[in-house]
Design a protein around this ligand. Structure first.
Ligand code: PGA
Length: 246
């Protein structure tokens, strides 16, 4: 399985920052690993255009579960696909925390995306309190089963899971490779049960303070197929290092 690094720029980077990043990143990127970038939706098409010569896929950080209609402020997966969009991050913990998203609402988005040919990068993960009270597996298991409820037929290419322990996002605290692998192995088991014959090949990314100095150890774990990266994806030099291009 080719390793995949997904840049989540969150609400950072004005247009000039996006251009500068791509001007530095694209010529040095050698596709040892796959690189996908999710800028603010406003900048999606610019990033898509600048990355296409190296097959750097562009996507968004959130998407509607509806395809068109009276939904002010939303982005349609159909419109995203028509513009050459490849993927949508769904259920990031910041969206769960600040915008009321639940695994149930995520499941509607995941279903619509898969139908429309957009790859959902579905985020799951426990808070610190949940980890300390030993609920990690039950929380992650519920998020998975609810979010992936009724997704219909899938292939390993049209679904990506991201395990992001909430306590490790933007905090500088990374789950140790062993802690991450333990949860990834659990996620793998759930996926294999839910999608026999396919679950073994679905990519499971780790997210939460992934940096150039911890990426190799994380990616060397058996069930870690890549990373979903916030802070360290904002500088081209760091994201190149994560992609194996030092
Ligand atoms: P971080 O963010 O790499 O800055 O911890 C990861 C994420 O939120 O996807």
């Amino acid at each position: 399985m080719n390793k995949l690094l997904v840049a989540n720029w969150k609400m950072n980077n004005v247009v000039l920052d996006c251009v500068r990043f791509m001007e530095e990143f694209v010529p040095k990127f050698t596709a040892k690993r796959e690189a996908w970038v999710a800028p603010q939706a406003l900048h999606f098409n610019l990033v898509r255009h600048m990355g296409e010569q190296k097959d750097i896929k562009a996507g968004v950080q959130n998407v509607s579960h509806e395809l068109f209609g009276a939904f002010t402020g939303e982005t349609s997966p159909k419109s995203l696909r028509a513009m050459g969009g490849h993927f949508a991050i769904i259920g990031h913990s910041e969206r769960r925390q600040f915008f009321g998203e639940t695994s149930k609402t995520c499941s509607l988005k995941i279903r619509t995306c898969i139908r429309e040919g957009i790859v959902p990068v579905y985020c799951v993960g426990e808070t610190l309190a949940e980890r300390e009270s030993k609920q990690t597996m039950s929380i992650v298991g519920d998020q998975l089963l609810q979010g992936l409820n009724d997704v219909g037929s899938i292939n390993p290419e049209n679904l990506v899971i991201a395990y992001e322990p909430v306590w490790a996002i933007g905090t500088g605290k990374t789950a140790s490779p062993a802690q991450a692998q333990e949860v990834h192995a659990f996620i793998r088991t759930v996926l294999k049960e839910k999608f026999p014959g396919i679950g073994a090949k679905i990519r499971i990314l780790y997210g939460g303070s992934v940096k150039p100095d911890n990426v190799e150890e994380l990616l060397s774990q058996k069930d870690i197929d890549g990373g979903l990266v916030g802070g360290a994806s904002l500088k081209a030099k760091d994201f190149l290092a994560l992609c194996g291009d030092k």
